[in-house]
Write a protein that binds this ligand. Structure first.
Ligand code: FES
Length: 94
């Protein structure tokens, strides 16, 4: 399977599954659901989320961090997550 493919397996959070929700971190192929689970399981600062999921620490230098920050901030304020963590029209930076 090619590196970076959306079908790449997620080995973090004890799961070995194919992503089922939109990819937030394209460098490390981390989907929205994985990040939401990390936050709801107690990762309440960005470094904890990066460590738990590998999102935000990829080759691009962290262009997805702004989306992860919005997810965390929304969850802390409202107890919910944004419907679309990485908007489709968000500028791609690679
Ligand atoms: S897109 Fe997440 S680190 Fe590059």
């Amino acid at each position: 399977m090619p590196r970076g493919s959306h079908l790449q397996r997620d080995h973090r959070l004890g799961k070995n599954r194919l992503p089922r929700s939109p990819i937030v971190c394209r460098c490390n192929n981390v989907d929205q659901e994985t990040i939401e689970k990390a936050i709801s399981r107690g990762c309440h600062d960005l470094n904890q989320i990066y460590d738990a999921t590998t999102a935000g620490v990829g080759a691009c230098g962290g262009s997805c961090r702004r989306f992860i920050a919005v997810m965390l901030e929304t969850y802390i304020k409202n107890g919910t997550f944004p419907k679309e963590a990485r908007p489709q029209n968000a500028k791609k930076r690679r």
